[in-house]
Ligand binder design. Structure first.
Ligand SMILES: [Zn+2]
Length: 263
């Protein structure tokens, strides 16, 4: 209905006039990034560092940015989550440590990094990066440990980025437990949060979701559009992914406020 520029202007008005607060009400936002790089411009899941900084400013200006653990605690205890926002990253790209983490640190913002453990320290090329003609570059375990030491949260995203609804349940289990065990042994602490690969509503089965919780994770997030409402089930949290389709934080903001109105 609206083109992106109009959405951007409407988003600017919704946020700068404070109208978004009323429209979002008691809901929280969990955002999902993938790459933060100047070298992966052709990738649709990239957000260049300068744009990433704009998003971070936007989050800090209009939301109470908290870590995922605090959000989960609030959902469990029934405390208010209205106006809260959590920042997350999927897959484990090297640029997360190189480009995103320094900006987050500078701005004092917490974040969760969901890592595909067999990609870490490898030269594995994903089909989606190959499709876009960009190179997949992964963090090393030293990078991951540095993020952990800096107070960032490290979460699980399976061993090999499999579609947990498509593989046999035995494979799904080993992808979930193997990922947990690798993070535990590398960081000497067990990961608490899990994001399922691809993140579409039909890319995890109920039994795989149960296996995630049985493995000791205390939340499971998707990449389905949507906000988090009080009383939402922590094993099925929606996230709003930021892609190159978004021209600015205000358009992104418009999109999720607009969707929230339609529910
Ligand atoms: Zn992923």
């Amino acid at each position: 209905v609206f083109n992106k520029r109009i959405k951007q202007v409407l988003g600017y008005l919704l946020f700068s006039l404070g109208i978004y607060k009323k429209l979002l009400g008691k809901r929280a936002v969990v955002v999902a990034f993938h790459r933060v790089s100047d070298d992966a411009i052709a990738s649709s899941i990239n957000c260049p560092p300068n744009d990433f900084r704009r998003y971070c400013r936007f989050f800090r200006r209009f939301f109470d940015v908290i870590d995922l653990a605090t959000l989960i605690k609030h959902i469990d205890s029934g405390e208010s989550i209205g106006g809260k926002l959590a920042i997350t990253f999927d897959d484990g790209y090297e640029d997360n440590a190189m480009n995103a983490a320094p900006i987050l640190k500078e701005m004092g913002l917490p974040a969760t990094f969901f890592i595909t453990t067999n990609f870490i320290g490898s030269d594995h090329q994903t089909f989606w990066d190959i499709d876009h003609g960009v190179e997949s570059k992964w963090m090393s375990w030293d990078d991951v440990r540095q993020l952990d030491n800096d107070g960032f949260d490290i979460g699980g995203h399976t061993l090999n980025h499999v579609d947990l609804a498509e593989v046999d349940f035995g494979v799904a289990q080993s992808e979930i437990y193997g990922c947990r065990d690798r993070i535990s042994s590398e960081l000497n602490r067990s990961p608490k949060h899990f994001a399922y690969p691809f993140g579409g509503a039909d890319q995890i089965s109920d039994e795989a979701r149960q296996a995630v919780m049985d493995a000791g994770f205390n939340c499971c997030t998707s990449c389905c559009h949507g906000l988090v409402s009080p009383g939402d089930s922590v094993d099925n949290l929606s996230r709003e992914a930021i892609t190159t389709w978004h021209v600015s934080p205000y358009q992104f903001g418009f999109e999720f406020v607009h969707r929230a109105l339609q529910r």
